[in-house]
Write a protein of this length. Structure first.
Length: 331
């Protein structure tokens, strides 16, 4: 067993991918292509100004050599995050790439954007998807749903769409079945040192000595593990994420309290609404009774008027209608 620096840390990951040879090895395995040249694009983004989402991004220009000997330049946007991240942030970065004039190339026909592949190294799981690596590729269809192949690939079409590769680091569990598994094994967090999460304990016997590319990757991570300045930067990252986790916990607790208060408010509002409805019904009943009484008063007044017109005295009317004499006088 040997101890290497954990490349999920931004500072270690950047140190790893700045090595052109290692970048070629990792990107070739991810894209399943023969990448012969890689260069970091001048608009590299790193987290000099951190935020709650902590997305670390490096953009590469990669030259791919096909089986027929032809070579093609593509843009690879590599993004890594520790925490569950809003997809909007990833989309914003993609929008920046589409607008970047450095990603425009010219040929004899016209200008078009470089084909782009977006690679996401996620420090969290994506729902219930169990596959550690997902390849999201676009197809071109006609109206009937039949795949169109004639004339493709085409620079115009390729510059408007892009493929994506999503790696769920928590789904990596040390099983090496192919070249990609071997390369990604250095990110496997099940190998974290129990006492220090900044380090991974790996079994170097699973990497053949004649696999010079993997040996080169491991040596660079060994160097990172012994670099005092890098260890200090990793401590800063730990402190930062500790603050973020504490803040997020406080936010969750606050949101939970607000949700509970909202439930109580909703219950009280429902209770008040029921009482208002009951009062409204009583008001309606009283209104109906008032109307009935008003009708009875009017009928009584008409009866008194008729009896007066027929010549009866107030005393006789009071006796006949069984009401008080003063009430008749008021009428």
């Amino acid at each position: 067993m040997i101890t290497i620096a954990n490349p999920i840390y931004d500072i270690v990951f950047k140190y790893l991918m700045e090595d052109e040879r290692i970048a070629r090895t990792i990107l070739s395995a991810l894209l399943q292509e023969n990448i012969i040249k890689v260069e970091i694009r001048p608009h590299e983004y790193s987290n000099n100004k951190r935020d709650a989402l902590s997305v670390f991004r490096i953009d590469f220009g990669a030259t791919i050599r096909k089986d027929d000997g032809s070579e093609h330049l593509i843009l690879i946007e590599l993004q890594k995050t520790w925490l569950p991240t809003e997809t909007l942030r990833f989309r914003q970065y993609l929008g920046v790439q589409y607008e970047n004039p450095h990603n425009i190339v010219s040929d004899s026909d016209d200008q078009h954007a470089l084909p782009m592949v977006a690679v996401y190294l996620l420090g969290h799981k994506v729902g219930d998807i169990e596959e550690p690596v997902l390849y999201v590729k676009h197809q071109t269809y006609d109206y009937s749903g039949k795949v169109v192949t004639k004339g493709l690939p085409n620079p115009f079409v390729d510059s408007l769409t892009h493929d994506s590769i999503i790696v769920q680091i928590p789904r990596l569990h040390g099983k090496i079945n192919n070249r990609l598994d071997e390369v990604l094994s250095i990110f496997d967090q099940t190998q974290k040192d129990e006492q220090n999460q900044q380090m991974l304990n790996i079994d170097d016997s699973q990497y053949p000595e004649d696999d010079i590319e993997m040996q080169h990757i491991i040596r660079r991570l060994l160097m990172a593990a012994t670099n005092a300045e890098m260890r200090m930067d990793m401590n800063v990252e730990d402190e930062y994420f500790s603050i973020i986790e504490k803040r997020d916990t406080e936010i969750l607790q606050r949101d939970r309290r607000i949700a509970e208060q909202n439930v109580e408010i909703a219950a009280k509002a429902k209770e008040l609404s029921q009482k208002d409805e009951e009062l409204s019904q009583k008001d309606e009943q009283l209104s109906q009774k008032d109307e009935e009484l008003s009708q009875k008063d009017e009928q009584l007044r008409m009866s008194v008027r008729l009896l007066l017109e027929s010549g009866l005295s107030i005393e006789d009317i009071a006796s006949k209608l069984n009401i008080d004499k003063a009430q008749i006088e008021d009428m």
